[in-house]
Design a protein around this ligand. Structure first.
Ligand SMILES: Nc1ncnc2c1ncn2[C@@H]1O[C@H](COP(=O)(O)OP(=O)(O)OP(=O)(O)O)[C@@H](O)[C@H]1O
Length: 511
């Protein structure tokens, strides 16, 4: 059988960084192939080359047995290549349908007929729950990802590339996605899959290629390996295990959300409904939930990004802060890691130093002037501590690989020694070694007495780190319970909203 795709000696040099170094890989029709490697290993660069976003300096691409030159994504799409990016590429002011229409040729559109109906039909078929009429700016990150997948499904893809597809999906959604991928594979569609979740790779992939420093270092059959053995191929031996952290009981109350009800700002947003919880010093509270159930709205109102006055609903150490600007809340000791790292967590065109200044302005502005040498030095210490791969403090945020930018943002926020840290998806796209480092930094911050709110769809991570847990569904918060006294089943049911009807008189109880 002829390979669907063959990459021969692909090489790509960025200024000061050989991102892909003589990479050769081949994929058969129907093959699900994992591309693995630590942050900055060159995975995204390679898949962007296949999709025509990056042009390689050297090397050949053979598609269905003939050499092709993929100079743009539209050429890739014409060949039958679809890609779901790590940082989504949707237009926020357009609807789902309009976004999908943009990447279809006239011929494809004519063949489809009514696009909205086709989206609804595929949505049902693959369990994606995508509404064609919604505006993208009103969608959560998980929902946007489903739109990206839908965008590929409406074209008849022969190769589907997924860059970190599961990091923002719940276990149920991951299972649904895997069903989609298995079906596509049976239909002969090849799949190239980048992931740092190694148990998923062993579950679904037929083959894996491991990159390190831009080169292929190993290939394997994941089903014959374990997550640990693959991790070793990627990052070498990890001295410590990322498991079994002791649970703590918080001491004094640091931050309270009291009976917070807030209508949705966006037409398709989620209203928050009578949410109450308490964050205690020396404790991590984990909130699970399917994307789009109020997590974004909760984060926005707590951080002050949503500027509506909810004065007495947010209390930091006995002080009402719900009317304060985001900057004033930061000055009182709050820090945030939003889920969208490029755009919200960091300004793409600014250097890492400038991005550090954005949230650390107090310590580095003297007599109205920015103390650049100090902030540059401080940024360099963050880069070293969190092993952020980049050229230096002057690197623009957008030049970092996804995982490396995540490490930087986490380091920047933890480095403020906040009293209260609110973070969403702390290890999104981060490799196993770096995830271990971030987990330990969060636990160290907790042990110093900070109160941490962890909002995540990664249930395993929540069970690993959180001392108490709850779930959100449709803007309601479930009961808050000790992690040790609950289990994945119960949290899964709460994520589906079982607590809302069964416990109508519940008022966001505190445990
Ligand atoms: N536009 C760019 N300019 C300069 N360097 C870049 C650019 N894009 C990527 N790089 C560098 O190329 C290297 C490979 O990056 P790439 O995004 O391919 O890594 P990755 O394996 O996908 O990492 P991650 O798992 O963190 O997403 C990194 O060192 C990165 O900093």
């Amino acid at each position: 059988m002829v390979s669907r795709l063959e990459l021969v000696s692909i090489t790509k040099q960025y200024p000061g960084c050989l991102a892909n170094d003589d990479i050769s890989i081949s994929l058969m029709p129907g093959e699900i192939h994992a591309l693995l490697g630590e942050n900055g290993a060159g995975k995204s660069t390679l898949v962007k080359t296949i999709y025509g976003v990056v042009s390689p300096d050297k090397g050949d691409i053979i598609w269905d047995g003939r050499e092709v030159s993929i100079k743009s994504p539209s050429i890739a799409r014409d060949l039958g290549i679809g890609m779901v990016f790590q940082h989504f590429s949707l237009f926020e002011t357009l609807t789902v349908s309009q976004n999908i229409e943009l990447c279809l040729s006239k011929t494809q559109l004519n063949a489809i007929g009514n696009l909205a109906e086709r989206i609804v039909q595929l949505s049902k078929e693959y369990g994606l729950n995508v509404n064609p009429d919604r505006y993208v700016h009103s969608l959560s990150i998980g929902e946007r990802q489903r739109v990206e997948i839908m965008r590929c499904l409406v074209q008849s893809v022969k190769l589907l590339i997924l860059d970190e597809p599961t990091s923002v999906l719940t276990p149920q959604e991951v299972a649904g996605l895997f069903d989609v991928l298995r079906t596509l594979s049976k239909e002969g569609c090849s799949i190239l899959f980048i992931s740092h979740k190694l148990h998923e790779v062993t579950e679904i992939c037929h083959k894996a290629t491991i990159l390190r420093g831009g080169r292929v270092v190993e290939t394997c059959v994941p089903q014959e390996e374990t997550p640990a053995s693959i991790a070793k191929m990627m990052v070498g031996d990890l001295a410590e295990q990322d498991a079994g952290y002791a649970k703590k009981i918080g001491t004094k109350s640091l931050f309270n959300v009291n009976c917070l009800s807030l209508p949705a700002k966006q037409p398709f947003g989620t209203s928050l409904k009578d949410i109450s919880f308490e964050l205690k010093s020396g404790e991590i509270l984990g909130i699970a939930g399917v994307a789009g159930n109020g997590q974004d709205e909760l984060m926005a109102i707590i951080s002050g990004e949503d500027e509506r006055d909810v004065k007495n609903s947010l209390i930091l150490e006995d002080k009402a802060i719900g009317h304060l600007h985001a900057g004033d809340r930061r000055k009182l000791g709050m820090a945030y890691v939003p889920e969208e790292r490029l755009g919200r967590g960091a300004v793409p065109d600014m250097s890492l130093t400038e991005n550090t200044l954005l949230t650390h302005s107090d310590g580095f502005i003297k007599k109205g002037l920015v103390d650049w040498p100090s902030i540059q030095k401080y940024t360099e210490t963050l880069i070293a501590k969190y092993k952020v791969k980049c050229h230096g403090e002057f690197s623009e945020a957008k030049s970092l690989s996804g995982g490396n930018l995540q490490k930087f943002i986490m380091g920047r926020e933890i480095g403020q020694n906040p009293k209260v840290l609110i973070c969403a998806h702390p290890t999104w796209g981060v490799d196993v070694g770096a995830a271990l480092a971030i987990h330990q930094a969060l636990l160290a911050l907790r042990d110093q007495g900070a109160a941490i709110l962890l909002i995540s769809e990664d249930i395993d991570e929540l069970f690993l780190l959180a001392d108490r847990m709850a779930a959100v569904c449709d803007g309601h918060l479930s009961p808050v319970v000790k992690t040790e006294s609950t289990n994945i089943d119960q949290i899964g049911q709460w994520m589906a909203g079982t607590f809302i009807n069964s416990n109508n008189d519940f008022k966001g109880a505190k445990s």
